[in-house]
Design a protein around this ligand. Structure first.
Ligand code: FE
Ligand code: FE
Ligand code: ZN
Length: 265
């Protein structure tokens, strides 16, 4: 992964810890981990961002699905102890009709169990920063509003960060095109910019507030290139790691990285 990232002039990357639809992760290859750590240090790659599987739903009404979520979460964070300083992004969950309040309660409980378990393995503080992803509000997703993320942070009192997905916040109704300053001021007021650790940089196929979550290539969607110029240069964002999740192949990502670097002032 480190070599692939370097081959397209990336200095960060996001990866799935296992099949995004669920299932077991590959066994750890300690020699490969050591090779990666050396390569990443030499080539200035990082921080790396692991993405939890999409099937991880901490807010499910089904205890078996929550057990699966907890097991995967613990396994992923335990594995990530081998690459200290990484980040782990997850979708807070879908409350499937139980209501946002109940969803927040279930997510918070699960996070507390996970941190307890992994702190024992890590014999202290966890080497990974866990990030709540901002969501578009598709279906019964929790995490569409900054207030919902704040409620999870408050309820757990854990050192959680946030990953802001530009497509998701736009689809969720935050006007990052017309009023980026206003949205970031709102984020700061509700969550605190100190918690903002990563950006998923995606254009959107849909209009503001559509609650759809369909990513588009940078500059080809409803967010548009002028907004991305403001995003990559904004003083509150410019020093954060940006991760592309656009519908591209490797060559396409190489071109988008060059495009975004070209926008920076
Ligand atoms: Fe995501
Ligand atoms: Fe995302
Ligand atoms: Zn998405």
């Amino acid at each position: 992964m480190g070599q692939t990232a370097a081959s397209i002039d990336a200095n960060v990357f996001q990866f799935f810890t296992r099949n995004p639809r669920g299932g077991a992760a590959k066994p750890i290859d300690k020699a490969d981990v050591a090779a990666f750590l050396g390569y990443a240090a030499e080539n200035g790659i990082g921080p790396i961002l692991a993405h939890a599987p999409y099937t991880l739903n901490a807010a499910s009404s089904d205890p078996r699905i929550r057990d699966f979520a907890q097991g995967v979460f613990i396994d992923d964070l335990t594995r990530l102890e081998l690459t200290p300083g990484a980040m782990y992004n997850f979708h807070p969950g879908s409350h499937v009709g139980q209501g946002v309040e109940k969803g927040i309660e279930l997510i918070s409980e699960l996070l507390l169990h996970v941190f307890d378990a992994v702190r024992k393995v890590a014999k202290g503080e966890i080497a990974t920063t866990v990030l709540l992803e901002t969501m578009s509000g598709k279906g019964s997703e929790v995490g569409r509003t900054f207030e919902e993320l704040r409620a999870i942070i408050d309820r757990t009192a854990l050192p959680l960060g946030v990953c802001l997905d530009t497509c998701h916040v736009w689809d969720g109704g935050y006007d990052i095109v017309g009023d980026l300053d206003g949205v970031l001021a709102e984020f700061d007021r509700v969550v605190g910019l100190g918690r903002l650790k990563a950006i998923h940089i995606n254009d959107s196929m849909n209009v503001l507030g559509a609650h759809k979550d369909r990513h588009e290539k940078i500059g080809k969607g409803k967010i548009g290139i002028d907004a991305f110029r403001r995003i990559v240069n904004h003083p509150a964002l410019r020093d954060l790691p940006f991760y592309l999740e656009t519908p591209c192949d490797l060559q396409g990502y190489k071109e988008e990285i060059a495009l975004l670097k070209g926008l920076t002032e």
